[in-house]
Ligand binder design. Structure first.
Ligand SMILES: Cc1cc2nc3c(=O)[nH]c(=O)nc-3n(C[C@H](O)[C@H](O)[C@H](O)COP(=O)(O)OP(=O)(O)OC[C@H]3O[C@@H](n4cnc5c(N)ncnc54)[C@H](O)[C@@H]3O)c2cc1C
Length: 374
């Protein structure tokens, strides 16, 4: 019988469930290959705690090399540069091209760097996380002088990053984090974290005001230059370091892939997580859009897609019927404030800042990481 080549592209939150399942229950005549730009994939729930310095990289990420070993999968440490969906072929940055029979894509998204002039040259995207952390480590060591930080994008990620950075740089006692670093959060909307209930936004605003984080609402950043951010009303904000936490954009290589895409350029998949154009290609997490049931691009949905992706890849390999997925509309969001506190939000309801909410968040996050610590 012919061997089937299953290629897993990107070791995101959904793909780890696929790997674990093949480790527990291998399938005959299936060769699995994992291609990932990173050996350790950061877990989104623990990102703010990682930025804050509460967790180290190992604690807050999944070791993909070990997981691939467990799944008896080949691990290729490289970044994909192009996909030819019709020819079943991937081109990598450093290694020879690779063919596949079945492909599963879970490479995430990156902030919209093109949205603001000069951002691609002078700002740092919040993702990929390892590059961001390398830069922050330079700031902590004093190798990259930094007195003012500008964060463009006031969604949940932008607020969490602002609060976590404030803890890391201004509040952590000891020789590092000497303090006095001014943080600016910039967003064109009328409130921060608009995905949450209005009361939750108010609590987040209150927390930032109390911590002397400057929030500039209702004004779009239009240009980033070295040490400066220009807003659309002519205001200039000094920033030695500018971070981009603006909404997700798809990887550039999808454009020429031949895959069906949604209006924003993400992979268009159906309720089986199967490409609308290529039934042998699946997609999950931020890189894909469920066209019939669109949900926000967030780690929660990427995690929940894991079991569906796992079952459907196994089903397609076994030529069995696929499982449909309707992601739930709401989920509990626990937003870290730094210093071991969090707020909670569920649809239009919200829970005020509390330590117990952080403990719940930590328990959930550590449980997820433990599941893949083999
Ligand atoms: C600061 C911050 C805080 C956040 N907090 C939360 C939160 O609390 N809850 C929540 O639900 N969401 C949160 N998010 C959003 C969350 O991070 C993303 O929605 C989530 O990571 C998406 O998961 P994913 O599996 O699609 O991709 P990712 O987690 O981005 O994983 C993609 C993987 O693919 C690899 N990869 C990427 N490109 C390539 C390539 N070309 N070739 C090979 N490999 C590649 C990467 O190395 C990575 O391992 C946060 C985001 C940020 C920035």
């Amino acid at each position: 019988m012919k061997r089937t080549d299953l290629v897993l592209l990107g070791g995101g939150h959904a793909q780890v469930a696929v790997l674990k399942s093949f480790g527990i229950a291998p399938m005959q005549d299936v060769r699995i290959t994992l291609i990932s730009r990173d050996r350790h994939t950061p877990y989104s729930g623990m990102l703010p705690g990682y930025i804050e310095g509460r967790y180290d990289a190992r604690e807050s990420s999944i070791d993909l090399v070990r997981l691939a070993q467990f799944a008896r999968a080949r691990f290729i440490h490289d970044a994909v540069e192009s996909l030819d969906a019709d020819r079943h072929k991937l081109t990598l940055a450093h290694k020879p091209p690779l063919n596949f029979d079945i492909l599963s894509v879970n490479t995430g998204a990156t902030p919209m760097m093109d949205a603001v002039a000069g951002a691609a040259d002078y700002a740092i995207p919040i993702k990929p996380v390892p590059a961001l952390m390398a830069h922050l480590d330079n700031v902590m060591r004093g190798d990259a002088p930094c007195r003012q930080i500008g964060i463009i994008g006031g969604g949940i990620a932008g607020v969490e990053v602002a609060l976590a950075l404030d803890y890391r740089l201004n509040r952590v006692s000891g020789q590092l984090g000497g303090g006095g670093i001014k943080i600016h959060l910039i967003d064109g909307g009328v409130r921060v974290a608009p995905a949450l209930a209005p009361i939750a936004s108010r609590w987040l605003m209150g927390e930032m005001r109390r911590r002397d984080i400057a929030v500039h609402l209702g004004r779009d950043a239009v240009a980033v230059a070295p040490e400066k951010i220009a807003l659309d009303d002519g205001t200039k904000i000094s920033a030695d370091l500018t971070l981009m936490t603006t909404g997700a954009s798809p990887p550039s290589w999808l454009k020429e892939s031949g895959l069906a895409l949604d209006a924003r350029g993400f992979m268009a998949v159906d309720s089986h997580l199967q490409s609308l154009s290529h039934p042998n290609i699946f997609g999950a997490g931020d890189v894909a859009t469920l066209t019939a049931n669109q949900r926000p691009k967030s780690g929660v949905y990427a995690v929940r897609a894991g079991p569906i992706l796992r079952d459907n890849l196994r089903a397609v390999l076994a030529q069995k019927p696929l499982r449909k997925w309707t992601p739930q509309q709401r989920h509990l969001a626990l937003i870290g404030l730094g210093g071991g506190r969090a707020i909670g939000a569920w649809g239009n309801m919200a829970l005020p800042p509390a330590r117990y909410l952080w403990r719940v968040k930590e328990w959930i996050d550590r449980r997820f990481i433990r599941r893949y610590a083999l």
